[in-house]
Design a protein around this ligand. Structure first.
Ligand SMILES: [Fe+2]
Length: 262
């Protein structure tokens, strides 16, 4: 199993502080059934802009330590890119990491769901030759009416990633939204978004079991296990059509239902 979103590399952003913490996090990954990660340090102007060289150096030092300890664990490189006006230029000039050198990028948007041109940004990114994976979509607090923006962005071609940690607290807004997005079959990736041993960490066995029960074995194999490897191999990741909500479906007439094409 491969985690596509993590801040496990030390000293680059608000993730792991030092190599000791990174090593402890990796041990936790292994205990939870992971063989590797795509390290995605923040690329967020005004907050964290580690250079590509710093990221490579941090990864190489960590891999060396793992080798010494005879711990077998893969670390691919990426970035969690905070979208701003310069992002497409930076991508074209190779100033940020795509995921493991593929066309896939992990991206977060300011105020997604609140800006009505978000879907056109998704088109622009694709026209520049990149495939956007939207990080932790459930953390954009969209209201019931604003959910249409989610659908628009999804239909514009974005792939959706949700955080496993959002399934921890059933009373949270994120829990409700992540379940809604799952019910509508709009999820292509789940990830830990690990920042430390405590905050969003790799202890996700319960959440993975929850997903297996809720979504079934086939979905689990495709989304949880296979899709991250498809990304690092530059292969196509399948998206499903948005499932209609139960309420909407109930409102449809008998004839509309029997004449539905799919
Ligand atoms: Fe993150």
């Amino acid at each position: 199993m491969l985690d596509i979103h993590t801040h496990v590399l030390p000293g680059l952003d608000d993730g792991a502080r030092d190599f000791d913490e990174s090593l402890e996090i990796i041990k936790k990954y292994i205990n939870n059934g992971y063989d590797g990660v795509i390290a995605t340090p923040h690329h967020y102007r005004g907050r964290y802009i580690p250079s590509k060289e710093e990221i490579i150096k941090s990864r190489d030092l960590l891999l060396n330590q793992l080798k010494k300890l005879k711990i077998d664990f893969d670390i691919y490189l990426g970035n969690e890119i905070f979208f701003e006006e310069n992002t497409i230029n930076e991508l074209e000039n190779k100033e940020v990491f795509t995921i493991a050198g593929s066309r896939y990028i992990l991206i977060e948007f300011p105020f997604l769901g609140k800006i009505n041109y978000a879907h056109s940004l998704i088109y622009q990114i694709q026209l520049s030759g990149f495939m956007p994976i939207i990080a932790h979509v459930e953390r954009y607090q969209v209201t019931e009416e604003e959910f249409e923006f989610m659908e628009k962005i999804y239909n514009a071609g974005a792939l959706f990633q949700v955080n496993l940690s959002s399934l921890k607290d059933p009373s949270s807004k994120e829990y409700k939204l992540v379940n809604k997005i799952l019910d509508r079959d709009m999820v292509q990736f789940v990830a830990t978004d690990t920042h430390s041993l405590n905050k969003r960490n790799p202890d996700v066995k319960d959440e993975l079991n929850y997903l297996k029960n809720k979504m079934g074995e086939r979905w689990y194999q495709e989304v949880v296990i296979d899709n991250p490897y498809k990304v690092i191999n530059g292969e196509f990741v399948r998206k499903t059509e948005i499932k209609e909500s139960l309420e909407k479906n109930k409102k449809k007439s008998f004839f509309e239902k029997i004449f539905r094409r799919n």
